[in-house]
Design a protein around this ligand. Structure first.
Ligand SMILES: NC(=O)c1ccc[n+]([C@@H]2O[C@H](COP(=O)([O-])OP(=O)(O)OC[C@H]3O[C@@H](n4cnc5c(N)ncnc54)[C@H](O)[C@@H]3O)[C@@H](O)[C@H]2O)c1
Length: 507
């Protein structure tokens, strides 16, 4: 099993392969360079002389030979088009495949200013179309998803190279934010009994959902101590945070140690907040056990607790040291909690558009592939705007009205995910996306989620939106979405339209 780098032209595959080979004491094989040596001419010249299909046939032979010869310490950089060849994709299954992700704009900037002539990089419109068509091919072949748009973090390469040591089928998404980067591991069996999954260094202080401990005691890591807490929104309070802080202090936890948050979004937000503030910050490992937490809350570093006045009003940005997502834990989740998580899946797929939305709209079961798609989408957004200055606000799609519905029902009637589902429907109405609203309504209803809500006063909901943390002026800015993949942040919506969209939910 070698480590194979794939990705669009300009993603830095050759440089990464050379670095990996250096770090692991193996060889770096670059299939484009191998082809050029074989042909004694440049790729561009061969492409022009032979045409694309003859070139791909030649490329297939060279790439298969390289993959066949590569040993466990070797790193292979594939040409950007190689994964479009079915025989190459089949051969990749025997190796660990790392996809260096690069957006179309950065790719174009890089290739159009590079001295290397690239046959498929002549026209910017065709280049973008090619980028769009290649993304799902790379994504489906990958075991690791690494950022290719800036100098590659050697830790990310080492993490990808360690994948064969993890349970089979584990995937890695490398999370990057202004304040630091970390691995997110996704795989069935990551937390199986007997697998040692605690933090790498220091003592492990486990803050866990008491129900999860009851159900999954055999999966727990070696730990210095554990504090069991009740979950549910009513427990995401400063009183509970104080219990955690004082327990850490009484137990003698230090900054060399790590807090491990094992549970759903309530435990993750609360324990993450306590880790952010205890001794001004200790590392936290997030181990999400609900679907809401696996696709959303354990990612991105937002932590906090509620005040009686409003939700999530006290908190901190604190990126985890690591996130472990084991979908096996969801097998014990109640149907209603699974459904609540599904609302966040739909939200994320609407933001992402493309192949994730295609999967979700086709009614696909929420499996590892969908979870990885959600993880990549959320982390991609956070990478560009960790602290919610602008583009991260897309993640609040459906949340402005969703949070307001939670507030006016005193957090007692709706799960967070259920409120988000209703918020999405209101937001699609405000976006004028009639057909999409019906489609999303049908998906939510099929998952057993509420698509209407009795007994709420639209005026009270409108007033509650004004408490939203995103509000800077008199009105809160909305995230609107006219079509999947194209969210727009900071949109001003008039009060009558909000009242009408909420009223529609009560009919
Ligand atoms: N930080 C963020 O970016 C972010 C994003 C989205 C949501 N959130 C927050 O997440 C919270 C909601 O999270 P949640 O829906 O996970 O709620 P939760 O943590 O209350 O969990 C829901 C229920 O599932 C139970 N449970 C957890 N794991 C289980 C398992 N494996 N098997 C059986 N039962 C299990 C819990 O005991 C609880 O009863 C809200 O407070 C919301 O604000 C935060």
């Amino acid at each position: 099993v070698a480590l194979v780098l794939i990705g669009f032209m300009g993603a830095g595959k050759s440089t990464a392969a050379a670095e990996l080979a250096r770090r692991r004491g193996g060889r770096a094989l670059d299939t484009d360079r191998m082809l050029e040596a074989e042909l004694s001419e440049s790729i561009a010249a061969a492409f022009a002389r032979e045409g694309e299909s003859a070139f791909r046939a030649r490329e297939e032979r060279t790439v298969l030979r390289a993959l066949d010869r590569a040993g466990p310490r070797d790193a292979v950089a594939l040409g950007g088009g190689a994964p479009t060849i079915p025989a190459v994709r089949a051969a990749l299954r025997k190796h660990t495949v790392a996809y260096l992700q690069l957006d179309a704009d950065t790719a174009w900037r890089r290739v159009s200013t590079s001295p290397t002539v690239r046959p498929l990089a002549r026209d910017p419109v065709a280049f973008r179309a090619l980028h769009r068509s290649r993304e799902p091919i790379y994504a489906a072949a990958a075991d690791a998803y690494l950022p290719g748009d800036e100098q590659l973090d050697p830790m990310a390469l080492d993490a990808a190279a360690s994948l064969p040591d993890r349970p089979r089928g584990t995937r890695l998404v490398w999370a990057r934010a202004a304040s630091g980067s970390h691995p997110v591991w996704v795989g069935r069996g990551l937390l199986r009994p007997g697998v040692d999954w605690g933090p790498g260094a220091g003592a492990c202080w486990l803050v866990a959902d008491e129900r999860v401990i009851d159900l999954h005691a055999a999966r727990l890591p070696v730990r210095a101590g554990e504090l069991l807490l009740a979950a549910g929104e009513e427990h995401k309070t400063l009183d509970q945070a104080q219990r955690v802080w004082r327990w850490l202090a009484e137990s003698g936890a230090t900054r060399a140690d790590a807090v491990v948050a094992l549970g759903g979004g309530v435990i993750g937000d609360l324990a993450g907040f306590c880790a952010a503030t205890y001794q001004r910050g200790v590392p936290v490992v997030q181990v999400p056990t609900t679907l809401v937490a696996q696709v959303d809350s354990a990612l991105g570093g937002k932590t906090g607790v509620d005040l009686p006045e409003a939700k999530n009003y006290v908190g901190a940005y604190h990126q985890p040291a690591e996130v472990l997502v084991d979908p096996e834990l969801l097998e014990t989740l109640a149907d209603a909690e699974q459904a609540a998580g599904y609302a966040e899946v739909v939200k994320t797929a609407l933001i992402a558009g493309g192949s994730l939305w295609d999967r979700v709209r086709a009614g696909a079961a929420v499996d590892e592939q969908t979870i990885v798609g959600c993880v990549r989408t959320k982390l991609g957004v956070v990478a560009g705007d960790e602290r919610d200055a602008d583009s991260r606000q897309v993640l609040n799609l459906g949340h402005t009205i969703g949070h307001a519905l939670e507030t006016v029902t005193s957090y007692a009637r709706l799960r967070h995910g259920e409120a988000v589902g209703l918020g999405l429907l209101a937001c699609l109405r405000l976006s004028g996306a009639e057909a999409l609203r019906s489609e999303v309504g049908a998906l939510l209803a099929a998952a057993g989620l509420p698509v209407r809500l009795d007994g709420v006063d639209p005026e009270a909901v409108l007033l509650a939106t004004r408490r939203d943390k995103k509000r800077l002026g008199p009105r809160v800015p909305f995230v609107l979405l006219a079509e999947p993949g194209c969210p727009q942040v900071g949109r001003d919506v008039d009060d009558d339209a909000v009242r009408a969209a909420v009223e529609e939910l009560t009919r």
